[in-house]
Design a protein around this ligand. Structure first.
Ligand code: NAD
Length: 253
């Protein structure tokens, strides 16, 4: 039996760590060749080495259209095609209403909203009928934890993007969906918890987050990868414009 992404070429932005790395690993295990992009050269090289021969890396900043255009040119030159895009690169933002600065607002929307536009727009020329786009959202877009309204707002934008964009690409055969995790056990989540609660309390904080979830735990990055494989494979062939909450039920109760 063939693998769900056999022979496909995929781009995963922000693939050097965390959720993006988990997605890239699952894509490769599902038969794809994955090009991961990231800002951080060393982390990118380490991720490529970890994932193995069906993975390559390109340094590109999603907030710079020219970077993303150059990245897709390289994908076209090296592989001659592109089948799947995962717009994963994103940053957190923690500030209550009274403390949100213009600089933090601009940075958050630059990466989490404009970066998604610059990831998807230049890919359109390469994606064939049957091509897919998955944008990583967040349950914070419907239930922002305290102090995360700015982040939640930037993630809410991508839900509107896909609902509009599927109409803009009508007839192309390209599908676009949002995949929204709740809490995922990544290094960046752990360092945010360490900053908020102290390094000694991180494990306890992860456990407490899990206890607030109907599943009793938080997610593993590979689980986000498997959900992204589903949205990028023929198994979801008639699913477009949806937001799939892969959150263990967190936002549903
Ligand atoms: P992470 O910090 O581990 O990974 C994000 C990656 O994106 C990093 O490797 C970083 O270098 C890269 N990146 C940041 N800005 C970039 C830019 N301008 N251009 C290119 N690359 C850039 O974080 P993560 O937790 O793995 O988050 C990945 C995605 O998942 C984000 O969109 C985040 O909002 C979303 N998410 C994460 C969680 C969670 O609990 N970890 C929950 C919901 C949603």
């Amino acid at each position: 039996m063939s693998l769900p992404l056999e022979g496909k070429i995929a781009v995963v932005t922000g693939g050097a760590s965390g959720v993006g790395l988990g997605i890239a690993q699952e894509f490769v295990d599902s038969g794809a060749h994955v090009v991961i992009t990231d800002l951080r050269r060393e982390a990118l090289d380490a991720a490529v080495a970890t994932i193995g021969p069906n993975c390559s890396g390109i340094v590109a900043d999603v907030t710079r259209l020219a970077d993303m255009q150059a990245a897709y040119r390289q994908v076209q030159e090296r592989h001659g095609r592109l089948d799947a895009v995962v717009a994963n690169a994103g940053i957190g933002a923690h500030a209550p209403l009274g403390a949100i600065t213009e600089e933090e607002f601009d940075r958050t929307f630059d990466v989490n909203a404009k970066g998604v536009l610059f990831t998807v727009q230049p890919a359109l020329a390469l994606l064939p009928p049957g091509g897919t786009v998955v944008i990583i959202g967040s349950t914070a877009s419907i239930r922002p934890p305290r102090g995360m309204s700015l982040y939640g707002g930037s993630k809410a934008a991508v839900r509107a993007f896909v609902r509009g964009w599927i109409q803009d690409v009508k007839g192309s055969g390209i599908r676009m969906n949002v995949l929204s995790p709740g809490a995922v056990d990544t290094a960046s989540l752990r360092s945010a918890l360490a900053m908020a609660q102290g390094a000694d309390h991180v494990d306890a904080a992860v456990r407490t987050m899990g206890e607030g979830n109907p599943t009793g735990r938080i997610a593993d990055a590979r689980e986000m990868g498997r959900a992204a494989v589903f949205l990028s494979s023929d198994a979801s062939g008639f699913i477009t414009g949806v937001e799939l909450f892969a959150d263990g039920g967190m936002a549903q109760v």
